[in-house]
Each structure stands twice: as structure tokens, then as C-alpha cells.
Design a binder for this molecule. Structure first.
Ligand code: AMP
Ligand code: ZN
Length: 136
């Protein structure tokens, strides 16, 4: 199902042209227009899901299988040495386009990018508390 006025719905379904690396019935993989590194790509489902919270489990599995295939091919063709898979959910988490997408970011030596977080100090008690909060 598509959503009106969603740019990634339009791109995924070919209404807006994109540099497509791969396409099948369910997905389109395109080059990101504001790449972190050479070859930065996005996996877009053709159906509209705002984020991982809405994405059905089965589709989530397919996204990961497709990511694996794309990463293997892009590593061979681009000669990158590493890859970051990034997937933002919610504006608080940095999501700017609210149609599920997974970033495939090739990494090269000295590419000048840092993708990460600032590790926080945590006590044994805090770790135990959060574990208990999550586990039933
Ligand atoms: P996010 O911040 O995770 O929502 O990522 C959105 C990404 O979409 C950014 O990396 C943008 O550069 C990229 N982007 C936005 N519009 C387009 C577009 N029309 N074609 C390709 N990539 C886009
Ligand atoms: Zn959409």
C-alpha cells in the first residue's frame, strides 16, 4: 500500500526517477542523494511502512537478506573495506523521511566519516535494572 505525498513511495514505485541499483516486486535499492560515502544506498520497500515499528516481521527478514546480497556485491564492485547498516526510527533517532529505509554505507580507509555514539558509564545495578525492564 502506498501513501499519498510520500517521496519514497514515489521513488520505490518508479514515479520519481532514481539511480536504482536493484529492483524486484517488493523492493528498490537506490543511491542516496546525500551520500555519507561513495555508494551510500537505501533499501526501500515498495509498500509504505513509516518505520520498523510498522514493518511486518516477514518484510524485516527480507530487508536483511537483501542487505546481505547488496553488501556482498557492492564490496566486490566498489572495493570498500567495511560497511555500516543504519536504520533510523523516529525523528528523535534521526529519521527524516518517514517511509522505512535501511542505509547501506560503504566504508573506506580514511573516508572521514564517523558513525557511532558516545558510550556512557553504567553501573552493574543499572544494567540489571534495564535487563529486567525488557525481559518478561
Ligand atoms: P533518514 O535520516 O534515516 O530518514 O535518511 C533519509 C535519507 O534519505 C538521507 O540520507 C537523505 O540524503 C536521503 N534522501 C532524501 N531524499 C532523497 C531522494 N529524493 N533520493 C535519494 N535519497 C534521498
Ligand atoms: Zn511511503
Amino acid at each position: 500500500m502506498r501513501k499519498d505525498n510520500c517521496i519514497f513511495c514515489k521513488i520505490a514505485n518508479g514515479e520519481i526517477p532514481s539511480r536504482t541499483l536493484y529492483e524486484d516486486e517488493e523492493f528498490r535499492v537506490i543511491l542516496d542523494l546525500g551520500p555519507a560515502t561513495k555508494g551510500h544506498a537505501l533499501i526501500l520497500p515498495k509498500d509504505h511502512y513509516a518505520d520498523l515499528f510498522e514493518l511486518p516481521e516477514e518484510k524485516a527478514g527480507e530487508v536483511m537478506c537483501l542487505a546481505k546480497r547488496m553488501v556482498m556485491k557492492m564490496k566486490e564492485k566498489l572495493g570498500c573495506e567495511g560497511f555500516n547498516l543504519v536504520q533510523n526510527n523516529g525523528d528523535l533517532a534521526g529519521q527524516t523521511v518517514f517511509h522505512f529505509h535501511m542505509h547501506l554505507i560503504p566504508r573506506y580507509r580514511a573516508d572521514g566519516q564517523t558513525i557511532g555514539w558516545k558510550p556512557q558509564e553504567v553501573s552493574e545495578e543499572e544494567l540489571e535494572e534495564v535487563k529486567n525492564q525488557i525481559v518478561d
